[in-house]
Design a protein around this ligand. Structure first.
Ligand code: PMP
Length: 363
């Protein structure tokens, strides 16, 4: 291209240059195990694979407009009205649509930090200002500080429980107290991407759904990417007051949930045995790996997710490299810590070998 041609290229909006980059694990050699993206290590169950196959054979056709079959399955599973559910191509996409409908220029969105790295990207994409509130020393949400960060311009607050990447869990009572102190015009998103892995998952799911009745500004965000093991297909949803759901639906692209992802999600929801097996594999691995790491003198928070957080600060890059040398990728956050996905005994053993090499090297 000539310099003249480059000079006349269309210029993107200014905000494009301000967007943080969504990064994945580093390393040039493909690792044998990926413990870096909080994916499931188990392939889909036979029932899910059969549903995927059948849907793929009909993929010359458009999917349903809004994912109605999945919405109807979720509606009976969760005991909420179909009008309260919006489904989409991953919970990321659904969150983006929520922010499109409720945030925007001149508005602010409060979230804990560190939390899920897509939040600042999606908030800025909407045109709103991101307001990150530091975690407590115990790596959990600082709810009083988050409430104090709410202003007349706040469009939404995003809570993440279990929090990615620290694993900390907010109890239903804590969320309820928080909601009581937040003005009713502010949307409160509770991102429950990892809720199925929490120790009291069923109870906390029921309790958070029960909060919806008294708090019409509450939005629960869930996904099929983690415990249901469908990250590659992209299916997620929110549950909210019907008016909020209607606004989100209004800004959602038509056919946003593809037919194969939808069929897989419906089948995965019905395959309760596969979910239970996946969750128990993760919980057992989490307990064992947490104990093994703690016995090596590492201080790490309890986690409700399919991952553990090692707050090793400046040691994070070296720890990631030590794990990669054992052919397992983990996710390091420069200067903060390393997040390790659990669920594969082989990957967990490789992580421990990496940790031992890192400790032996004087960190
Ligand atoms: N929320 C949290 C907290 C996450 O960690 C993730 C995925 N890493 C998502 C949302 C997005 O999940 P998906 O778009 O795959 O549903």
């Amino acid at each position: 291209q000539t310099p003249e041609a480059l000079a006349t290229l269309p210029a993107p909006r200014d905000l494009v240059a301000t967007l943080p980059v969504y990064s994945t694990a580093g390393g040039t050699v493909p690792p044998r195990w990926r413990a870096s993206s909080n994916e499931s290590f188990r392939p889909p169950s036979p029932a899910v694979l059969a549903a995927i196959d059948a849907a793929a054979r009909r993929c010359q056709r458009y999917p349903t407009l809004q994912g109605e079959p999945l919405i109807s399955a979720l509606s009976s599973d969760l005991g909420v009205a179909a009008a309260q559910i919006v489904a989409g191509g991953g919970s990321l996409a659904v969150l983006q649509q929520l922010l499109t409908a409720f945030a925007g220029p001149g508005r602010e969105v409060v979230f804990a930090w560190r939390s899920y790295e897509a939040y600042p990207i999606l908030v800025r994409l909407s045109g709103a200002q991101d307001i990150p509130v530091p975690l407590t020393a115990g790596h959990g949400h600082d709810l009083p500080a988050m409430a104090a960060a709410v202003t007349a311009d706040t469009a939404a607050v995003i809570l993440c429980s279990p929090n990615n990447p620290t694993g900390t869990v907010l109890g239903a009572a804590e969320v309820e107290d928080f909601l009581a102190g937040i003005p009713a015009h502010v949307v409160v998103v509770l991102d429950q991407a990892y809720i199925e892995f929490a120790d009291d998952a069923e109870a906390s799911s029921r309790q958070s759904l029960a909060l919806l009745a008294a708090h019409p500004n509450l939005v629960l965000l869930r996904t099929f990417s983690k415990a249901y093991g469908l990250a590659g297909l992209r299916a997620g949803y929110l549950v909210s007051h019907p008016s909020i759901a209607a606004a989100v639906r209004a800004v959602s692209p038509p056919f946003g949930l593809n037919a194969v992802a939808e069929a897989a999600a419906v089948a995965a929801l019905a395959d309760t045995g596969a979910l239970a097996a996946n969750v128990s594999t993760v919980r057992e691995g989490r307990i064992a790996l947490h104990a093994a790491l703690a016995s090596r003198g590492l201080a790490l928070p309890d986690s409700g997710g399919n991952f553990l957080w090692l707050p090793v600060g400046e040691g994070s890059a070296a720890l990631e490299a030590a794990c990669l040398a054992q052919s397992v990728s983990v996710r390091s956050f420069a200067g903060e810590g390393v997040r390790v996905t659990v669920g594969s005994r082989d990957a967990e053993a490789a992580v421990l070998r990496g940790v031992d090499a890192w400790l032996a090297g004087g960190r």
